[in-house]
Design a binder for this molecule. Sequence first.
Ligand SMILES: [Zn+2]
Length: 189
Amino acid sequence: MSKFISEPEEEFSFNCPSCKDGHLKIIKNLYDLPDKDKMLIIKFECDNCNYHQNDIIPYTTRIEPGKLTLKITNEEDLKSKVYRSPTGKLEIPELELSVEPGPSAKFYYTNIQGILFRFENAIEIHLNNEELSKDEKLEVVKILNNLKEAINGNYPFTLIIEDHSGGSYIIPTDDSKLSYTKLNISDNV
Ligand SMILES: [Zn+2]
């Protein structure tokens, strides 16, 4: 039998995809399994309608501070799951995109494709900014076009999450594409 090893923890919220009015509560439960492994269950619950969803995540080694690097080269890789903790910095160097550490629920827990869709949305909003010069706009359009190719699995890129407190992790569809570098305390500046 599995058992709770910590009290259910609740943090952040975002709008319900079903009723749009309610807020989703995100509840994390960490379970201890008999084989010493751990498992995280993330539960999404709407406070307004019946919408709810569970996600189960194996919770093994990636809790230490470190840098996770995932190579994405095909459509299958886009299904890899990503959990960015509020202390994690997320980056796609080839597309000049990044999410700074902070409680941005939009990039909290999703798959790679979900992250790309959110960037696409943000860039399209940015493109409507009247203050952009013509050159700046061209640069943004170029990134947007590459991003659209990436969403379809036609643009290879790298996703990096650097987390000085630990807690962020990636569950790859292909283990060989994920690498992990432990961060030294001296890097923690
Ligand atoms: Zn709802």
